[in-house]
Design a binder for this molecule. Sequence first.
Ligand code: SF4
Length: 313
Amino acid sequence: MSEPTLATVAVRWYDENARDLPWREPGIGAWPVLVSEVMLQQTPVVRVLPAWQAWLTRWPGPAELAADPAAEAIRMWGRLGYPRRALRLHDCASALVERHGGEVPADLHALLALPGIGDYTARAVLAFAYGQRHPVVDTNVRRLVARAVAGAADAGPTTRPADLVATEELLPVEPAVAARASAAFMELGALVCTARAPRCTDCPLSDRCAWLASGEPAPAGPTRRPQRYAGTDRQVRGLLLAVLRETAGPVSRDRLDLVWSDDVQRARALATLVEDGLVNHHSHTTYTLPGDTPPPSPSPSPLRPVDLGADQR
Ligand code: SF4
């Protein structure tokens, strides 16, 4: 009898060990899957869970989200981080309504043509919502494949076309099984083959892992340090945006000035929020979230009576 493939072993492990997450429920629909994938890209599961529930309760489909102003999407995003994702989801919902009647298309090119939908999200939606066969390659999968197949300690800094090819080669032919294998690879990378301390003794792939077999070689490049947050422009952007999220209407510059004492850094952070489309700048002193009611325009000053001199009469 031939040895089970890496995908078969991973799927067996997944069947027994997968976390019970609501976006994995059979028949949950493509929009909930798409929202979960966007939220999970830079935020841990535990923080995404309540935000995802609240988002789907308020906006069960793209049409409901598109009908609200972008400001509401930014408010609902709360403190999930990287808030441009909220804006992109709102843009994506509008495009789904305009181009696809409010449905998420089951086609790679149509998905990739949507605002804010990249290679990873498009393939994840097709695999997890529609059961199609696509390589779904996030950081966890790249690391798992680099170790188990290539014998490298890590996968390097960015996703390359070669990563898609290497992962696709591992997928079974049957689309539904391939989609389950993609979910299994992601889960193994997230829970077992972790970046800093892989749990090889608990790993179902340990008897075939190339990295273990070659003596656990050290990473080739420098070890990446975790990004700090305190004191960065990201922190200042978060503080500025929090004031705007908590305010229904326009916010004065004076109020924003209170959130951070360094004038130069605060001005820089505010300028990038405006540049990213997360904040609208109405005048020297007034800001809103996009779609919030702007401040009333100043009424034109009454015309000064013309002083007609004697020679003009
Ligand atoms: S055996 Fe260890 S390094 Fe290899 S895939 Fe499993 S957890 Fe990762």
